[in-house]
Design a protein around this ligand. Structure first.
Ligand code: OSB
Ligand code: MG
Length: 370
């Protein structure tokens, strides 16, 4: 068996609930879906959930399409790849472009688990039958709007609330949510919008008994995070700074964080994500799965990954219909009243793909073949 065809779909998905981070506001989102076919007729899907501008990391939707079409997919097709390890070996020589790499690796994981007659979670060695989820609440225009959304999410069972913060929208919003909701599991995500100069603000956040402060400093930094972690009681969680197992190892050795947010796309694949998970487990560093506003396809991989044992904290895996008008999964996953999502036991990715939806939202398509 080998990969014989790869299609790249570019979708434009309207958002019902615009999402604002320190990077800007997202109203409608393009995303890249991968459909991979083998010569034996198996089909796998993946997603490159990048953004329009290189604000979260250096990638964009257009760099993903370029790298997938011109570099990564041809290498897979030319080498008649069929094993994940072989795909990884070929991709390793290309620097960066982790979101692009991950989308193709995902599709192959989907195929390999179908081939083995296993669900993705089983194929990965997952042990949980349900996973806990929290909600990430974007920067809002008012405290009132934030309190309303927090209220709604807590009501429907979400296990923790994450507030996006940025200089000027930090202490007052955390203070308001703490005062209003009391001792709820609460954390913040700064998306690298603070510098050492602003340490006093981070120190003030220490008073709010937060579960963690996610990525306060620069996305390339490990050293300064280690310096401030020593001065904070609140655990630092790294997101943007951990791009590979090497970053994870160094962050743990240096004491740059006490928690790691693992996003398969940020680290270049599900396999790398699992390796980081294992290292964190050996070092007693809890991890959780972050999100990139993926469609249900990207989220399906996050759910399966989160079934590994060291995913000990709720993930950012809210159903994609929270922000998209419609999803590309036919029967999407649900969050129960206790804030759990059931891990699918269906073969492969675990959910049926709604191909009509892909067609409806598709703005272009590129087909590559051996
Ligand atoms: O930093 O975790 C982040 C969304 C876009 C870019 C970066 C991040 C986020 C989120 C949303 O926090 C999480 C989600 O996908 O629900
Ligand atoms: Mg983050």
């Amino acid at each position: 068996m080998y990969i014989s065809d790869i299609s790249i779909y570019i979708l434009q998905l309207p958002l019902t609930n615009p999402f604002q981070t320190g990077f800007g506001r997202v109203d409608s989102k393009r995303t890249v879906l991968i459909k991979m076919r083998t010569n034996s007729g198996l089909i796998g899907f993946g997603e490159a959930a990048a953004f329009e501008a290189p604000l979260y990391n250096h990638e964009t939707i257009d760099t993903c399409v370029y790298i997938i079409e011109k570099i990564l997919a041809p290498v897979l097709l030319d080498n008649k790849i069929c094993e994940i390890e072989d795909l990884n070996k070929l991709f390793r020589k290309f620097k960066g472009h982790n979101i692009a790499k991950c989308s193709l690796e995902m599709a192959l994981w989907d195929i390999k688990s179908q081939e083995a007659n296993l669900s993705l979670a089983q194929k990965l060695g997952g042990i949980k039958d349900k996973i806990g989820v929290g909600e990430s609440i974007g920067l809002k225009t008012s405290i009132k709007a934030t309190l309303e959304e927090v209220d709604e999410r807590l009501d429907s069972g979400f296990q923790r609330i994450k507030l996006k913060i940025t200089p000027g929208w930090d202490i007052q919003i955390v203070d308001a949510v703490r005062n209003h909701f009391g001792n709820i599991p609460l954390m913040v995500d700064a998306n690298s919008s603070y510098s050492l100069k602003e340490f006093p603000v981070l120190k003030q956040l220490d008073e709010y008994d937060l579960m963690m402060i996610e990525q306060p400093l620069n996305s390339d930094d490990l050293w300064d995070h280690a310096k401030i972690q020593r001065k904070l009681n609140t655990p630092i969680c790294l997101d943007e700074s951990i791009k590979s197992i090497e970053h994870a190892r160094k962050a743990i050795e240096m004491g740059s964080c006490k928690v790691i947010n693992i996003k398969p796309s940020r680290v270049g694949g599900i396999l790398e994500a699992k390796i980081i998970h294992d290292l964190c487990q050996e070092n007693d560093v809890p991890v959780w799965c972050g999100g990139m506003l993926e469609t249900g396809i990207g989220r399906a991989f996050c759910i399966a990954l989160s079934s590994l044992p060291n995913f000990r904290l709720p993930g950012d895996i809210s159903p994609s219909n929270f922000f998209y008008e419609a999803d590309v999964l036919a029967d999407s996953y649900q969050v129960d009243s206790e804030g759990f999502i059931k891990v699918s036991t269906n073969k492969g990715l675990g959910y049926e793909i709604e191909t009509d939806m892909i067609e409806r939202y598709k703005v272009s398509q590129i087909d590559l073949t051996t």
